[in-house]
Design a protein around this ligand. Sequence first.
Ligand SMILES: [Zn+2]
Length: 360
Amino acid sequence: MGVSRSMKRAFKYRFRPTDAQAAELLRTFGCVRKVYNLALAARTEAWTTRQKKVGYRETSVMLTGWKKTDDLAYLAEVSSVPLQEALRHLQNAFARFWGKSSKYPRFKVKRKSRASAQYTRSAFRYADGRLTLAKMAAPLEIVWSRPLPVVRAQRALSRKEKGSANHAKARTRVARVHGWIADRRRDHLHKLTTRLVRENQTLVIEDLTVRNMVKNHKLARAITDAAWGELRRMLQYKTAWYGRELIIVDRWFPSSKLCSVCGAIADQMPLNVREWTCESCGTTHDRDENAAINLLAAGLAVAACGADVRPQREYSSHSGRSVAKQEGPPARVGIPSPRGRGPGQKNLGSVKAPPASRYT
Ligand SMILES: [Zn+2]
């Protein structure tokens, strides 16, 4: 009791700096390197010629002096924090040397040393997913997507001469990456579908035409990545295992265009529209949430129609029974919140193809 624990967390981001930001960063890296080298030279000189120990504090005073000289005035143009941190890094390097865990600190070389600058908490601002460094007017643009490893492997393969040993090696590598991605995806889908089936008595999904959607090149990657067909297959056999109900709503049911509040149907709903406002009732909808509510209501209406026909029902365009032919807005049934449901409430869930990012 009474022991408080805190955890440090590290986040790694990639940035796409503007030209001005890139120049500012390069200037900072250069100044960090300069300060580190100057301090190392000063400490080495003091010790070798005068057997005098110069520590972090003394170098910090020196830094203030350097900034005032004509030659080194440019050091004052970048954020002072990374420069101060460079002196601390040097101090740590000496500590490791004294502790016999590493060699005597070496000078940083532009081409060989890793360009870096460390900003402490006071020298950056992170808000709303935007990182702004000291001395920078605009936040850095974070690159959220990384090239898939398979793309890199594929590129490496294309560079190798056909028939060569390296080509064969690169080909094995591509195959391995493919296998690795497939494993990860399958594992993720298994966890997701098992959870969905366990937590819900009835699941409603939309019968999306994956094949047609893949023909659209903009969509193709997102959909194949989402492995929608695989998800559906898993849901089908797992609902059967667990004695749950899976209702597949006809692909022509206007799940996205239909306002779940008033039942009005929007004229058009291109896929890039993620949020829309109903012209009839003025409700603003999240595209996927609204569609999920509609699907659940439609699925339940179907389930209620043929309540005791078969335990495992599937409604698709092939069976000739379509919920799209229903008139008027679908009945609204208690919509469960995504997390945690009341004890007496029947567990219901609906699934709408989520964005691909959740599957990668
Ligand atoms: Zn409406």
